[in-house]
Design a protein around this ligand. Structure first.
Ligand SMILES: [Zn+2]
Ligand SMILES: [Zn+2]
Length: 344
């Protein structure tokens, strides 16, 4: 089969690999029909997240079940499915508490040996461990490219807002309008936010946030602190979502949040950073962070996608054949695309 592999920083390739085979009774093999290029793939592409050359990348996927192990009773060959970006054992301490994202045996697709040595989904075929927990049948009428969002981006937007304790009536600011930030805008509105303010520097992204119902604020051409003061009666927002993964964005999130409010950090951090901790402390902020419990939110997010109340389809800007992956990564790296869907 063909697969997209990381070769070196700034270089991915289409590589011929052996077809995957079932390894455990709870595994499934799927034929991938659509697979997304994600911001986390870009961290690998840049070498910021290090994986082995030749490793298959990608972790957003929909497809058709080809084979299942003896221990999988709820899926069968021919089922159309979507899947989560990571897998969890279901039996460890953390899984028993519903914290599937922190499973002791967690493995993430396409992130090399350090995250569980699970080959990625930007490929014609993929091995899916713990298939009954990782996969869901795609509801009738839901397109591949919308279903694709349930297992990563839409689940992360949901986690960053509803999962971070958003209450109906809250005011929310979202910093960074990549696909996750824009999904957080949608989830905040679906979760009952009275007002969502969306901050970025890219006009098209601000326009899209506005079309979803947010108030757009340009990071540098406007004054975000002054705008939010005006919009929140001088108090600051109830919930700030940091969807960038940058200390300046985090510090701004701390400044824009009201006393006793929540800062929800879904931007990726892999290093030590410096922020004004004294400000967070004196404001008695609640800070929640880390990657999303997408398995835990999967059924809720899929229901919202199926009903159309969450609709990420405007985020899909490019469809490309799998073979064009090197070009897709170049376009994505230049911020010329929001979501690229690759079709094997
Ligand atoms: Zn992702
Ligand atoms: Zn577990």
């Amino acid at each position: 089969m063909h697969a997209v592999t990381f070769e070196a920083p700034g270089e991915v390739a289409l590589t011929e690999k052996p077809d995957p085979e079932l390894e455990a009774p709870t595994d499934a093999i799927i034929r991938v029909e659509a697979t997304g290029v994600c911001g986390s793939d870009l961290h690998i592409y840049h070498g910021r997240v290090q994986i082995e050359p030749g490793f298959t990348i990608g972790h957003e996927y929909v497809g058709t079940v080809e084979a299942v192990g003896d221990g999988v009773s709820d899926l069968a060959p021919g089922d159309r499915v979507l899947g989560c970006f990571q897998v969890a054992c279901g039996t460890c301490f953390f899984c028993r508490h519903g914290d599937f994202h922190k499973c002791d045996e967690s493995r993430t697709f396409g992130h090399g040996a350090t995250l569980g040595d699970l080959q990625g989904t930007q490929a014609e075929l993929a091995l899916i461990p713990h298939a009954s927990r990782t996969l869901r049948k795609i509801p009738d009428g839901l397109s591949d490219e919308v279903a694709l969002f349930a297992g990563d981006v839409a689940g992360t937007g949901y986690h960053a807002t509803v999962g971070a304790g958003l209450r109906a009536g809250d005011t929310v600011v979202v910093l960074g309008l990549g696909p996750v930030g824009l999904s957080a805008v949608q989830s905040a509105l679906v979760g009952g936010a009275s007002q969502v303010i969306a901050i970025d520097t890219v006009e098209q992204r601000l326009d899209m946030a506005k079309s979803f119902g947010a108030v757009p604020v340009h990071l540098t051409e406007q004054d975000p602190r002054a705008e939010i003061k005006t919009l929140t009666g001088g108090r600051g927002v109830d919930l700030a979502v940091e969807a960038v993964g940058n200390p300046q964005a985090l510090e701004l999130a701390i400044r824009l949040t009201r006393k006793c409010g929540t800062v929800s950090i879904v931007g990726v951090y892999a290093e030590r950073v410096e922020v004004h901790m004294g400000l967070a402390w004196i404001k008695a902020l609640r800070m929640v962070m880390g990657h999303a419990n997408v398995i835990g939110h999967l059924d809720s997010v899929l229901a919202l996608l199926a009903s159309g109340r969450l609709d990420p389809s405007p985020l899909v800007t490019h469809h490309m054949p799998l073979a064009d992956a090197p070009e897709a990564y170049r376009i994505y790296d230049n911020r010329e695309a929001l979501k690229i869907v690759l079709n094997p």
